[in-house]
Design a protein around this ligand. Structure first.
Ligand SMILES: [Zn+2]
Ligand SMILES: [Zn+2]
Length: 182
């Protein structure tokens, strides 16, 4: 599953499940991004922090290597889970991890839709079959595991960085068989 851009999802969830509290207009209260290839221990996390200039530097980071192998509902459920943490911290301003506020909001979100389910722990089935292909970006060298070659799939990172998010032929993955590395 190629990576989806997170910001539109964030804004939609913010409107639908957090009454818009996690953004001022179109400006999110925190940043939301995909991890690099190394975040493998957890599907995502929220962390608070200050930037060098002293402004709020809180962020949600989602694991690219774990979530890109899973259906998009796993990304949605993980993002929502981390948004609940951000909401408790930045909007309610209470110290809590998976306490009563978390559970109440999680239950409300799960009751409001049946696209995905937010859970207290990120538990996703780890795909048992090793990848059959590595999709390699000719621009940045990023390698992503794929079960099958996806015609004209391009590197999201490079399309974002160099072409304002539009698909471009120079970012189209080249596939290498993964059998020797599995
Ligand atoms: Zn959590
Ligand atoms: Zn790239």
């Amino acid at each position: 599953m190629p990576l989806v851009p997170l910001l539109p999802l964030f804004h939609r969830f913010n409107r639908e499940y957090f009454n818009g509290a996690l953004a001022i207009g179109s400006q999110p209260l925190l940043s939301v991004r995909w991890s690099d290839g190394r975040l493998r221990k957890t599907a995502g996390f929220y962390r608070r922090g200050l930037r060098v200039d002293g402004r709020n530097g809180c962020e949600i980071v989602l694991s690219r290597p774990l979530l890109e192998l899973l259906p998009q509902t796993a990304t949605e459920s993980t993002l929502c889970h981390e948004m609940i943490h951000a909401w408790i911290d930045l909007v309610l301003q209470v110290k809590e991890s998976h306490g009563p506020n978390f559970h109440a909001r999680m239950a409300a979100i799960n009751a409001a839709q049946n696209q995905f389910q937010v859970s207290v722990r990120h538990q996703f089935p780890v795909p048992k079959t090793p990848p059959r292909w590595w999709a390699v970006c000719p621009r940045c060298g990023l390698r992503s595991p794929y079960q099958r070659r996806v015609h004209r799939a391009a590197c999201r990172q490079c399309c974002d960085r160099h072409y304002g998010g539009s698909w471009h032929a120079s970012c189209v993955f080249v596939y290498e068989p993964a059998s020797t590395e599995a």
